[in-house]
Ligand binder design. Structure first.
Ligand code: AMP
Ligand code: GLY
Length: 433
């Protein structure tokens, strides 16, 4: 079979890398892909980003299955488009993708279906939002309604920060936030304390197959300080998700979400990612939904997955009229018993002013337990150069966090280098005992 992966990040490289291991694969195409997917002999980049063009290409190439990586094409309706032409695709429809593309939708949905989340209000009027902030006090969390490339959440530790966030998020012609149909809106919610975890499931409307758990590191610097980023490293599994937390998440968050989406006429298909906040007493709340896999969480998760990913995606892409099927609930994924840890190498200036074009020194070869996934890289005249904020994710499997760290950081020392490279040296610290 020929499979198409849409996207160009580390998540897409990891998915394509895993799908390509299936014995049923003829070729895995990545659109548009990156330098790493260009260099991998089993993968082929397709330089198309326009969705209609991609559809035509997929039809003419005889693509049997498409998987969507990032939120952008989902919010633009790529799943509806491909399905309308009878193509199999894994992802949510445009309507279902609102769980991520509109914070206001997703918070109101959680409220309607009693899914535990932080208390909140939604505003389009700046004066009312400012008054609400003054009444509630800091810390407080301000979220832009629309997609904002990972910048749309401000955890304000003082009132000034909170007021400023409201001002730029409600700006009518903002270049930072893409406003939804109802115009500029913000969600203001209470600050939650605890430990975060990423909980991802693959859904076909009525049933969900959980993936291994993971934990991301969103801040730029060691010790979880500095600006928020898309994620500087992740590991799997996350010990904070104990068996009892796991059961609670399936019962109180995942199943009610699937039922609620069916009740509202938009069954959820594809990957659903609940960003969790787990309180010290084991109370679980949903910080956010993403309607795709996490990046960089996917990189360590794919390294642990032993089941043929293509088989799983095939079941998940059954046409929607089958959405009552229990097929996914019955699937048992097999995971490597070792843990996996991935550390992101970011470019100079990330996350603010990203510099591109730095030459990446020839990288060490991948081994069974060590893989370097590419994200913001590009092949230019046979040279690999940086081409985005998060450049590489150096990932390793090992029996303990300490050993995984030694493998990853050892590999980095040995030969992962480009000018201005930034990375955290403490990924996995919460899992150390
Ligand atoms: P989100 O995109 O909603 O996950 O927010 C990005 C990050 O902001 C999360 O990973 C948390 O670290 C933080 N965050 C979001 N909402 C809250 C909240 N209510 N309380 C504390 N931190 C939050
Ligand atoms: N790593 C967080 C995310 O993918 O949203």
């Amino acid at each position: 079979m020929k499979v198409l992966v849409i996207g160009s990040g580390g998540r897409e490289h990891a998915m394509a890398w895993k799908i390509a291991q299936s014995s049923k694969i003829q070729c895995v195409y990545v659109a548009p892909g990156n330098g790493g997917t260009a260099m991998d002999g089993r993968l082929q980049n397709v330089p198309i980003t326009d969705l209609n063009e991609l559809l035509n290409w997929a039809k003419s190439e005889g693509i049997g299955l498409t998987v969507v990586g990032p939120e952008g094409p989902l919010a633009q309706g790529v799943v509806d488009l491909f399905r309308s032409q009878g193509l199999r695709i894994v992802g949510p429809t445009q309507a279902a993708a609102q769980l991520e593309s509109s914070k206001a939708f997703s918070k109101a949905f959680m409220k309607r279906h009693n899914i535990p989340t932080a208390d909140f209000e939604t505003f389009d009027d700046a004066a009312l939002a400012h008054a609400y902030i003054d009444a509630k006090g800091a810390p407080i969390v301000i979220k832009a309604d629309g997609l904002a490339a990972g910048k749309g959440v401000v955890v304000a530790t003082d009132l000034d920060q909170a007021h400023q966030a409201v001002d730029w998020m409600l700006e009518k012609d903002s270049t930072l936030v893409s406003h939804n149909a109802l115009g500029a809106r913000v969600v203001i919610e209470s600050f939650l304390e605890g430990q975060e975890a990423s909980f991802m499931v693959l859904c076909n409307g009525s049933s969900a197959c959980p993936l291994a758990t993971s934990q991301d590191h969103k801040r730029l610097l060691d010790g979880d300080v500095g600006p928020n980023t898309g994620g500087m490293g992740a590991y799997s599994p996350a010990p904070v998700v104990t068996p009892s937390v796991h059961a609670k998440v399936m019962r109180e968050i995942i199943r009610p979400t699937l039922e609620g989406m069916i009740a509202e006429g938009m069954p959820f298909t594809g990957f659903l990612y609940a960003g969790l906040m787990i309180s010290p007493t084991g109370e679980v709340r949903t910080l956010e939904f993403n309607t795709r896999l996490g990046d960089p969480e996917t990189q360590p998760i794919m390294m642990r997955l032993k089941t043929d990913l293509l088989d799983v995606l095939w079941v998940a892409s059954e046409p929607a009229h089958n959405h009552r099927s229990q097929a996914l609930e019955d699937l048992e994924l097999e995971w490597d018993r070792r843990l996996s840890l991935g550390v992101v190498m970011a470019s100079h200036g990330y996350p603010e002013e990203v510099r591109k074009g730095d030459v990446i020194a020839p990288l060490p070869k991948d081994q069974d337990d060590r893989v370097i996934f590419h994200a913001g890289t590009q092949l230019k005249d046979q040279n690999l150069v940086t081409n985005g904020g998060r450049v590489l994710c150096v990932t390793a499997l090992a029996d303990t966090i300490q050993q995984a760290q030694q493998k990853v950081y050892g590999l980095v020392e040995e030969g992962v280098h480009f000018e201005g490279m930034q990375f955290r040296r403490d990924i996995g610290w919460r899992a150390k005992r």
